[in-house]
Each structure stands twice: as C-alpha cells, then as structure tokens.
Design a protein around this ligand. Structure first.
Ligand code: ADP
Length: 674
C-alpha cells in the first residue's frame, strides 16, 4: 500500500519531540492542521507538548521505551484518530518498517516511499544504485565480499589514505582513516566491531579518503507525480568528529556550473529510487583538484536538521512542502521559479563541553537570554526555554540559531551579533566555541573544509580565560547578594541595591575567597569591606578599589574609576558572568563552597531534588537544629535544618516542587547573634 493521493491531512501526529516537533507544528498549524504530540515522562512539561493541540503520553523517558516503540506510536495514532504521521528527523524517520506500518494502517506517511528509505539505508547498496544511475562516486569498493584479506587488498589498491566505513553507519560512527599498510587490519576489525555494536551490521565499504574536502549537500524535493526540483546546496563542512556544527547556504566560493551539475546529479539520484518528498543528497566536494570534482556520499531520506538555511535563501517553508506532497499535491514551485536570495547560516547550540571532548552536559537552563529575533533575519528553532531541564535521555541540542544577510559578509556579521547576545547559564554549552569558530579569519573568508576544526584547533581550543573584570563582577555580586555582617536588616532594606536572601552571620572586615575555573586553576582573592557596597579587592597582587550596585538583573560596578555592567548568574557554586565582551564561567573553590554552605546552614538546596515536606510557615520562630523542610534527591531524604535561632521570613518553594541545586529554599532572620 502506498500513500493515498489527494487526501487532506486534518489531524497530524508528530512522532518526535523537542525542537523538531515544535518546528513541524508551527508550519502545520499555520495551514490549519490539528497537531498531536507525544511525550515521555521526561517531556511531560516540554515546549512541544504545550504547543500541540493535544498531547499523548507514550511511555518512560528512555527513547527506546517511548518514542522509538513503533507499536505504541501507532496505537496512539489510532486512538487519537491521526490521519497522517510526520516522523521529524532522528528517531523513526528513516525506519522503513515504521513507514510501512504507518501506511498499512491507512495513515498518510509524511516521508518518502518505503523502497526509497530501504535503498538508501545502506551506504554500500546506495553506492551500487548510484553507480548504475551514473552519479559520481568516491573511488572504492562497496561490494558484498567482506573477506578481511580481500578488503585489505582493496585498501591497498585504492591507495592511501583510505576511509573504512561501516555500511550501516551514521552520525560519524564506524569510520576509520587508514594511512599506512600496517594500520589496515586493526582498522577493519575496529570498524566491523563498531558497526556491529552500534548498528547491528558489520558490513564495510572502503573508499579513497579525500584529504581536504568540503561537505556540500543538495536539498531535493519530489512530488507523487514525478516532478522534482533541487533547492540548491548547503555547505556543512564545519564539523567536529564528522558531525555538523555550522551550516550555510549557498556554499561559499561555489560557482554556478558546479551548483547546477551537483543539483542535477542529486535529482538523478532521487529519480533513480522513485523518490517522494524532502531528501538530501550529500556530496564530498574537492576544490583542491583542477576540475573540482564532487562525489556522492549518501542520501538522507528525511528533512535535515539544517533545512532552515535553505528556507531562508529560498523563502520557502519546507515542512509545508512536505505536507502538500504527502497530500498528493504537486510541488509548489518548478525549478525555474526557484532563486537564491542572500545568504544564510545556522549554528547548532549543544549542551556539551568543548573543553572536555565535547561530552554532553545536563542540567537546568537557569538563565536563557535570547538574541533579538527578527523576522526573516534572526531565527531560533528550539524545544526548550529558561527553566527547562536538559536531560540525559535525548540529543543534547538546545537550539539552532539561523540568520540571514543580503550577502555572506552581512550574514556573518549578523550571526556574530546574535551569538554574542545569546546567553545560557546553568548548563555548559558550546556557545563560546561557536563564537570562536565564526571569528576565525578563514571562516569569514569562506575557506572552509571538513578539516577546519582540526586545522584551527589551537585557536578554537584555547581554554577560555576567565576575564579578570568578570571575576570582580562575580565577587561584587557575591558580596551584595549574600548575608552580610553585623548590620541590622533594616539598614539593608533601605539600600536600593540590596538583594538579601537567607540570614546573616558576623563577618570579619577582611576575608579570603577562592575561585577556580573548570580546569582547577585557582584565584585567591582578598576582600576588605569598606561599606555595604564598597570593597578593596586584591586579586593577582593588585588591589582594586571597587563599588557596586544591582540595577534590575544587572550588576553595575565601578572598578579603578570605570563603570561596567554585567549579568551574573549563580547556580550552586558555579558562576556565569556575561557582558558585552563575552562570558566567563568559573566557580567557588570546592573547599570554600562546602564551608560556606555549612555556614549558611544548608538553606540552599544541596542538589537537584523535590520538596517532600515543609515543616514551617513564614513567621514561625525556630530553634537551631529544627527541621524546616525535607528534600528528596537521588532517592535519599535530606533534612534542611535551622542553623541558628530565628524567624522564618519567606519560603520559596511548595510541597512537591522541583528545586535546582543551589536554589535558596527559605529565608530565615536570625534572632540571636551567631
Ligand atoms: P555518517 O552517515 O556517519 O554521517 P557520512 O558518510 O555521511 O557518514 O560521512 C560523514 C562525514 O565524514 C562527511 O561529512 C565527511 O566529512 C567525512 N567523510 C565521509 N567520507 C569521506 C571520504 N571518502 N573522504 C573524506 N572525508 C569523508
């Protein structure tokens, strides 16, 4: 059974989550389609659930117990009377079995025919097909003979360097570059193992490793009537570990003749498998060769993460196109109607730590400040907002920032400003890494290749220095916002900048603090308090005379007779400082923080958890050691006890609330001096 033609989609189920689910709904709702979302436990309060017209629970947080369970998705589709399913990207989008089951159930599949998905599912088979369709291929072997000695012989014949790939691979997994004969056997064994472990298939292919290629891909679209167009190219050369980081359209330094040749080759590939809907044909492009050859790499039979840059330069909505094609309508435009207008770039913002091998990070988005979004110029696709959790269950992508400019230079400049204005605290992200990438001269000149990040490693990986004045801003914020010495509360309350939480302890006029960066480099600091908002701060053997005040959420501080303004966000012992010059992330040295926390009587949450008991109400008189509330975290209970005699002023959370590590749980006013 194939897709039914000319059947209107009224109720669309989106078999996905997060950013892509939100993205699809925006377009579908715009054309009057009712959207049905799915959610797992972890996603119960997610943005995609809120934006849907209705949302159905699908199971536990791990994707393989929810979003990836074909039977469950189909069950919901039937119960919710969905007449179409859009799979988004990732998850089940390239699962031929799912596509077939959807259509067998009489539901419209917003995607290509099952046979096309199958044909492109294996890198080896797709290469054989493309060979027949006379699409140019990287020289190599992609046949069925998987004998290791035979494969090793093929490697030698191709000539070094050679790339060994798991045929079923994806996401850069199962690939190995071989430079010398002695490496061949180990590489074959390793790729086989990785293919088997990650994709359940140890079939390999070998091909010439192009040393400094560009990744250029073509967006194709075909309808159910055999019409096909290409919506030009995207350059996705800036990659780390073979995964895309920055994408742009059109490709820089790319001539019209190549554009047309590549576009036609891509359409030829799509026609060869009777394609329908949105697809991307990926090529390796080698501008270092005299005739600038390009080679077919693979075809992705779905919408791509980076599709927005194509939308920006063509003025088209590709999700609307997908829905129209799935309903049996002809393509909205013909090749001659399509034009490239201006230049667009996308950067992927990930919860990951570039200083720690790009390992995914998790946590709460305590603070998110978006760049100014401007229609058709600065766009942000995301599935999360301030306060949301980045969980370990799904892809760590937080958002995609997409910009448009009249030309590439303007586009880069817009991207620079937007990235500079984008602030995220609570979770370590790749934002500063991205800022460094786009600041590199070669990038600005359009000299990109898939080796870019490797080639500029020294510049990109310079561990970000904590800026000295950011440290000062953090210290001022700390001095202003924490409990202060010997003054009565009313003295503070009169002060316009005061921001008191918790209770107060006697403090010496001079105190020592220690801050450190993620790598453990420490800065000892001495602070002499001169008045409520004036200090002498000694840092790196220089004493700065500093005063500060809070104005809304900004800290304004005068240091060595100059005023600065910054945003300081504190999460537990971690501190983020943002100003117009950039950001710094540092933290209280662990020993000091533990001590401080103790002094504060654990009125801050010791870790992320849930309030399971509240024993006091504002106005209550409590004695040292009284239990004030109980938190549950990691299945353990933690009693929050009064560190001193006092009166409960304010309780910040209610029973059942989730709280983040470091959040102030309640305010206590001391009634006897500590
Ligand atoms: P995956 O499906 O895992 O993403 P691809 O085949 O699409 O794998 O390749 C991913 C990336 O690996 C490409 O964008 C390119 O940077 C690099 N690559 C793949 N094949 C070659 C090759 N023959 N020579 C050089 N680089 C390659």
């Amino acid at each position: 059974m194939t897709n039914q033609k000319n059947k209107k989609i009224i109720r669309l189920l989106i078999a996905n989550r997060g950013e892509i689910a939100v993205r699809i709904m925006q377009s579908a709702q715009k054309i009057g389609i009712h959207c049905i979302a799915l959610y797992s436990d972890a996603d119960a309060h997610s943005m995609h659930v809120k934006q849907a017209n209705e949302a159905w629970y699908i199971g536990a947080s791990p994707a393989k117990e929810s979003y990836l369970v074909v039977e469950k998705v189909l069950q919901v589709a039937k119960e919710a009377r969905a007449d179409a399913i859009h799979p988004g990207y990732g998850f089940l989008s390239e699962n031929a079995g799912f596509a077939k089951a959807v259509q067998d159930a009489g539901i419209i599949w917003v995607g290509p025919p099952v046979k096309a998905i199958e044909a492109m599912g294996s890198k080896s088979e797709s290469k054989s097909l493309m060979e027949k369709a006379q699409v140019p291929l990287v020289p190599g072997y992609h046949g069925d003979n998987q004998d290791e000695a035979f494969l090793a012989e093929q490697v030698k014949q191709i000539g070094f360097p050679v790339l060994i790939k798991a045929s079923a691979g994806g996401g850069g997994k199962g690939m190995r570059v071989v430079e010398t004969e002695s490496e061949i056997n180990a590489a074959i064994t390793a790729s086989k193992r990785e293919g088997l472990n990650s994709f359940g298939d140890d079939k390999l292919l070998v091909e010439k490793y192009i040393t400094r290629p560009r990744h250029v891909e073509i967006q194709v679209f075909m309808d159910q009537h055999g019409n096909g167009v290409y919506l030009f190219e995207r350059d996705c050369s800036i990659q780390r570990r073979h995964q895309k980081v920055v994408e742009e359209a059109p490709a820089p330094k790319f001539d019209n003749a190549t554009r047309q040749a590549m576009g036609e080759a891509a359409l030829q590939a799509a026609r060869a498998i009777n394609y329908e809907g949105a697809g991307t044909v990926e090529f390796l492009y080698d501008p270092t060769q005299a005739d600038s050859p390009f080679y077919f790499m693979e075809m992705n039979t779905r919408l791509q993460v980076e599709h927005p840059v194509t939308e920006m330069i063509t003025g088209q909505d590709l999700v609307v196109w997908q829905l129209k094609v799935a309903q049996g309508e002809p393509l909205p435009l013909s090749q001659n109607d399509l034009r490239i207008n201006g230049h667009s770039m996308e950067v992927r913002i990930y919860a990951e730590d570039p200083d720690n091998e790009f390992l995914p990070t998790t946590g709460t988005l305590d603070h998110v400040q978006l760049p100014e979004l401007i229609a058709n110029r600065v766009r942000l696709d995301t599935g999360v907002q301030q306060g949301d959790e980045v969980s370990p269950y799904y892809d760590p992508m937080i958002s995609k920032l997409i910009v448009w400019g009249e030309d590439r230079a303007q586009c880069v400049s817009t991207l620079k400003h937007a990235l500079q204005a984008y602030q995220i605290a609570g979770v370590t992200t790749n934002l500063s890494f991205l800022r460094r990438v786009i600041n590199i001269d070669a990038f600005q000149q359009g000299d990109v290749s898939t080796r870019f990040i490797e080639e500029f490693n020294d510049q990109l990986m310079t561990q970000q220095d904590v800026k000295q004045h950011h440290l000062i801003a953090g210290i001022c914020h700390h001095m202003l916002s924490r409990k202060s010495a010997g003054q009565s509360r009313s003295d503070f309350a009169q002060s316009p900048w005061h921001n008191l939480n918790g209770f107060r302890l006697n403090q010496a006029a001079r105190e020592s603090l220690r801050f450190e960066n993620k790598h453990g480099d420490q800065w000892p600091v001495t602070v002499d308090t001169l008045s409520l908002n004036q200090w002498n701060i000694q840092l790196d053997e220089i004493t700065h005379s500093v005063q500060a005040r809070m104005v809304n959420d900004q800290i304004q501080y005068q240091m060595d007779n100059q005023w600065h303004s910054a945003r300081v966000i504190v999460h537990g012992r971690r501190i983020w400082v943002y100003d117009h010059q950039g950001e710094s992330e540092f933290q209280f040295a662990s020993q000091d923080y533990a001590q401080q926390d103790e002094q504060q009587g654990n009125l801050t949450a010791p870790m992320n958890g849930t309030i399971i008991q509240v024993d006091v109400t504002p106005g209550d008189q409590v004695k040292t050691g009284d239990v004030l509330m109980i938190m549950e975290a990691m299945k353990m209970e933690h009693a929050i006890k009064a560190p001193t005699d006092g009166i409960v002023k304010e309780i910040s959370f209610n029973l059942g609330d989730l709280v983040a590590e470091g959040a102030i749980l309640l305010e206590l006013e001391e009634t006897s001096e500590a």
